[in-house]
Every structure is written in C-alpha cells, then in structure tokens.
Design a binder for this molecule. Structure first.
Ligand code: SAM
Length: 334
C-alpha cells in the first residue's frame, strides 16, 4: 500500500520542486542582490541529473504527483530539456513542469511539446521594454514574448507569473488582463516577498493582492473559480468573463496557504528545504554520494526532513516583515 510522506501536521508531500541551478542570466530586482550574484555554487557541488532522478524515483514510490524544475534559470543549465525528457520517460504518471524566465526557452519548445510537458510557468512582470530592463537588468523582453507566442502555438499550457511591484509594474495590469482575455493562459500576480538577507523589499514596492484585485476588477469582470482542495495550488483564481484565460493572485504574505502546503524543495546543492520561509535545510548530497549508504538511508533523511516541515506563517509572524529567509529565491529555487 502506498504510504505518503507526511509531516507532523498531517500534510502529505505531493509536489517536489527541484532547483537544478542557482545560476541565472537575469538580475531581477526582487530576486537576489548584486553580492549574491557574484558567488555561484561550484559545479561539483550541484546535484547531478542522475542524483536528482534517484530522489524523484524514491519520492514517486511515495506518491508524489508533480515535479517542477526551477532555479536560478533552469535553461541556463546544460541538458535541462534532456533531463525533462528523462523524467517524462521514466515517470509518465508524473506531471512535470518548469518555471523559467523565458529568455533561453524558444529553441526548446518543440521538444517540450513532444515530451508533453504539463505546463510552462513563465515569469514575466511587464510588457514594457524599459520597465523590463529596470526589473531584470536586461533588454530581453522581445525574446520572452517570442517564446510566449511559440508556447501558445505549440499548444503548451502556459502560466504567467508576475511579481506585483507598486510603482514599477502596476501600469501593466490592463495589458495582463487583456492577455488573459485573449489567450488561454493563467496570469498570476505574486506578492513581493522579503526573501534574502539583503533583500531590496520595501513597503513602498509592496502591492497587496487585495489592491491588485480591486484594480484588476476595474479593467475586467472577474468570476472566482471554486477551489478544489486537493488540486488547487496556492493561487486564488478568477475567470476573465468573456475571455479565454484566467487571472489569479498568489498571496504568501497577506493570506498564507500553509495548511494545504504539499510541497518540498530540493536546493541546487542537494538539500531538502521544507518551507520557503525556513532556513533549516537537510543535506542529501553526502548520502547520495556515499556508496556505503543506499536508498534506505536516503529515504530516512527525506522522512526526517519532512516530519519537521514547519508552518511557514508562524515563522513569518515571528520575523515580521524583515527578511523572511536568509537566502534569496535564486539560491533556494523560486
Ligand atoms: N529563473 C526562473 C524564472 O524566472 O521563472 C525560475 C526561478 S525564479 C526565482 C522563480 C520565481 O520566483 C519567479 O516567478 C519570480 O517571479 C519569483 N520570485 C523571486 N523572488 C521573489 C520575491 N522576492 N517575491 C516574490 N516572488 C519572487
């Protein structure tokens, strides 16, 4: 009988997020500060694809249903698409997805369509080239839009994630709603979180989900989508009445979703991170690379980590709106 990996609060892990690299070709202002970008994890310290496969193998035998590749920028790592192919071939029952900034994606889209990837989450915060440059430090907006068009033509399910930044991308809201009306995409705004010890988070930038929703309602008629407990992710979704797509809000700060959290993260250097807001990590790499330790030892380490998965909102309350974790998102895997 299948026994799920369950924490001490009774939450079963169904969703594994693999951060396959901490390297990224963008410098998004919300993600990481300049000093963190100067220091990347050295290649030998990053988990190899076969090591990641071994973790997925163990966890798929314990009932996980979804695997997401993230980073850093997953497509900045050589072999990312081939690795997705390996996951799809060995675990056809798993819903495999990727989160990407879209700048290195275009050439991989035909292969991703052939592999029947579950969805691509595209991080896109603006449709304006100057604002894109201000947020990401590059002028690659046209490349991302080209990839978006190709994803839609290839029939791949697309979710767009935009970090809501007051005074930076609020003017883009009508354009995001137009896109959700015109195309069958989910556009989700994420509240800006104070991640990383030297985060640039400030109240000035913080655009709460309630404000975003109130403003969005002045541009489109939005109908709440009923939540299906087991299936619904952290986003509160709305159909755009008369359109093809949906609009949503991810509210890690104003309205947490810890009670239904079913996810587990593996950092690029092979540690289990049970909660975005908890700096406690459980290393697996030494076990993976020690020939004297087999799958039983690996599973014991995973179980030990999962048991102690905290309720993130309690950590948030303790810290207030200081950095909610020491590492920035690119080092954890956003
Ligand atoms: N490079 C890939 C990408 O851009 O999608 C994957 C990694 S990136 C860290 C994943 C997601 O984290 C992005 O959608 C980004 O919007 C989100 N993110 C990063 N820092 C954040 C923060 N401080 N608050 C909210 N979301 C953040």
């Amino acid at each position: 009988m299948l026994t799920y990996l369950t924490d001490m609060h009774g939450r079963a892990v169904r969703y594994l997020r693999l951060s396959i690299t901490d390297r990224c070709n963008l410098r998004c202002l919300y993600c990481c500060n300049a000093s963190q970008y100067q220091k990347f994890i050295s290649h030998p310290d990053v988990l190899r694809y076969e090591e990641l496969l071994r973790i997925v193998r163990l966890m798929s035998a314990r009932g996980i249903e979804k695997v997401r590749l993230t980073g850093g920028e997953p497509f900045a790592r050589k072999g990312c698409t081939e690795f997705i192919g390996m996951l799809r071939a060995e675990f056809p029952q798993l819903d495999v997805r990727v989160t990407t900034n879209g700048t290195l994606l275009y050439d991989h889209i035909p292969a991703l369509a052939r592999m029947k990837i579950g969805a691509v989450n595209l991080s896109l915060d603006t449709f304006d080239a100057d604002r894109f440059a201000r947020i990401t430090g590059t002028d690659a907006l046209h490349t991302v839009l080209k990839a978006l068009e190709a994803l839609l033509s290839a029939g791949i399910r697309v979710k767009i994630n935009a970090v809501g930044l007051k005074g930076v991308n609020d003017a883009d809201l009508p354009e995001f709603l137009r896109l959700a009306a015109k195309e069958p995409v989910d556009v989700r705004f994420i509240e800006f979180m104070p991640m990383g010890a030297e985060t640039c988070w400030s109240e000035e930038y913080f655009w709460s989900a309630e404000d975003i929703l109130a403003q969005a309602r002045s541009f489109a008629t939005l109908q709440p989508v009923e939540r299906v407990q087991a299936r619904s992710g952290p986003a509160r979704m709305f159909t755009v009445v008369g359109g093809k797509g949906r609009f949503g809000l991810i509210t890690p700060l104003s309205n947490h979703f810890c009670a239904s959290c079913n996810r587990l993260r593996i950092t690029p250097e092979g540690a289990v991170r049970t909660c975005l807001f908890d700096d406690k990590e459980y290393p697996l790499r030494e076990i993976l690379r020690d020939p004297s330790q087999g799958d039983a030892a690996l599973m014991a380490a995973l179980e030990q980590a999962i048991t102690h998965k905290p309720v993130g909102v309690e950590l948030l309350r303790q810290r207030g709106l200081m950095a909610v974790a020491q590492k920035g998102m690119s080092k954890i895997g956003g």
